[in-house]
Write a protein that binds this ligand. Structure first.
Ligand code: XUL
Ligand code: CO
Length: 445
């Protein structure tokens, strides 16, 4: 057993040691083939490129339940009758998992870590007690918090939304929860704080005053920011877009919609985007598209790494294993400077029928390797192929002459009309999409 592995009261993942890098020829499913944390690619170590984070909710709380049946996965940390004892066991199992995986960060919702109490004060006390223990374990292991968040969507009181609820008393409960989750995130040195919309959206406009709800959401986020800043939080606030599920019309539809919202409510200097691949799929975008929109607007924050199924409309939260999607994303990240305070959180769950305890290790190893391999491929495409040159050549007409004048704002419509008459019918220039596609595939190895 490597000595940098955390073992609490008992060992939960017996027989699994710290995951090692064994290289591409290894057949060991519990070893990295591509993710070599100290390997430097494009000027940064793999560890710094990805800043991988484990999602507390899927990996330690979800047991495979779905609308058609209960959980199938039996976790050895789920035995205790008292919910606070169970939370402590889960915490030890989580830190054993983080250190065996060698992932530098984790992310949580308040209710993943500590059970809800019978009133606001008891819920807050539970969270403080468990996060005090988490802080000790962070100090012992060096594992850090990428972000915290509050689950203001599961409790039935939030059935009509949290910050967008028509009933102010429900909004107040959401405020109490977000305050406590911000306090916990600050205490744990969290580098970001996430707001995923949960049930902020609607099913029918007949019973919905959309403007009132969005105004309340804008006010809520501003007050959360003001509170956290007053407590000394220096990190980034993140909004995670999703177009549908659980509501039909989620207010945070996609990156472009959220950017418009942030600008309208004066939140653009404190908030950035937490983009999830499966949510992009539901919005009929690619992960790469959403990342590019965020970068182009100075709003790129963090990523929820997963994948959905392009053939259905659900959030299936599968572990990302699609090398092509990963490569397209890494191309954009390399070209735009990667992360600042963000990282890659695996918002993903093993399938309901993946019931061996080792499956959660295999899933994370496979996804980390997918990203690492995509990074190597993207770096090769950028440094060895004509890809970037080809794309910039497409826009060469703006580098000089009238094109350059246009960019500087020096030409009006009358000038355009004159130039069009002078140049006559433009030369037909191929977009060459298939050439780009074949070039990317050549490097996918
Ligand atoms: C839900 C989802 C959430 C957020 C955090 O679709 O992605 O787990 O990532 O609340
Ligand atoms: Co997510």
């Amino acid at each position: 057993m490597a000595k940098d592995v955390f073992i609490g009261q008992k060992e939960y993942f017996k027989g699994i040691n710290k995951i090692q890098f064994e290289g591409p020829d290894s057949d060991n499913p519990l070893a990295f083939k591509y993710y070599d944390e100290n390997k430097v690619v494009a000027g940064k170590t793999m560890k710094d490129h990805f800043r991988f984070a484990i999602a507390y909710w899927h990996t330690f709380c979800g047991t495979g339940e779905d609308p058609f049946g209960p959980g199938t996965q039996i976790f050895p940390w789920n035995g205790a009758a008292d919910p606070m004892d169970a939370a402590k066991e889960k915490l030890d199992a989580a830190f054993e998992f983080f250190t065996k995986m060698g992932t530098p960060y984790y992310c949580f919702h308040d209710r993943d870590m500590a059970p809800e109490g019978s009133n606001v004060a008891e819920s807050e006390r539970n969270l403080i007690e468990i996060t005090d223990l988490a802080r000790e374990r962070q100090e012992m292991t060096g594992v850090k918090l990428l972000w915290g968040t509050a689950n203001v969507f599961s409790n039935p009181r939030y059935m009509n939304g949290a910050a967008t609820n028509p009933n102010f008393d429900v909004l107040a409960h959401a405020g109490a929860q977000v305050k406590a989750a911000l306090d916990a995130t600050i205490k744990l040195g969290g580098e970001n704080y996430v707001f995923w919309g949960g049930r902020e959206g609607y099913f029918s406009l007949l019973n919905t005053n959309m403007k009132r709800e969005l105004d309340n959401l804008g006010m809520f986020l501003a007050k959360a920011r003001d509170y956290a800043r007053a407590q000394g939080f220096k990190g980034t606030f993140l909004i995670e877009p999703k177009p549908m599920e659980p509501t039909k019309h989620q207010y945070d539809f996609d990156t472009a919609t959220v950017i418009g919202f942030l600008n309208k409510y004066g939140l653009q200097n404190d908030f950035k985007m937490n983009i999830e691949n499966n949510h992009a799929t539901l919005a009929r975008h690619t992960f790469a598209h959403e990342a590019q929109v965020a970068y182009d607007n100075g709003m790129f924050g963090s990523l929820d790494i997963n994948q959905g199924d392009p053939h259905n409309g659900w959030d299936t939260d599968e572990f990302l294993h699609n090398l092509y999607d990963a490569t397209e994303l890494m191309l954009i990240m390399l070209e735009n400077g990667g992360f600042k305070t963000g990282g890659m959180n695996f918002d993903a769950k093993t399938r309901r029928s993946s019931t061996d305890l080792e499956d959660i290790f295999i899933a994370h190893v496979s996804s980390m390797d997918t990203m690492a391999r995509a990074l190597l491929i993207a770096d090769n495409i950028i440094s060895k192929s004509a890809y970037t040159q080809m794309r910039s050549d497409r826009y060469a007409s703006y580098n000089s002459g009238n094109g350059a004048k246009w960019i500087k704002g020096e030409l009006g419509l009358e000038d355009l009309a004159k130039i069009a008459a002078e140049v006559g019918e433009p030369k037909q220039i191929s977009g060459k999409q298939e050439l780009y596609e074949s070039l990317i595939n050549k490097y996918l190895k």
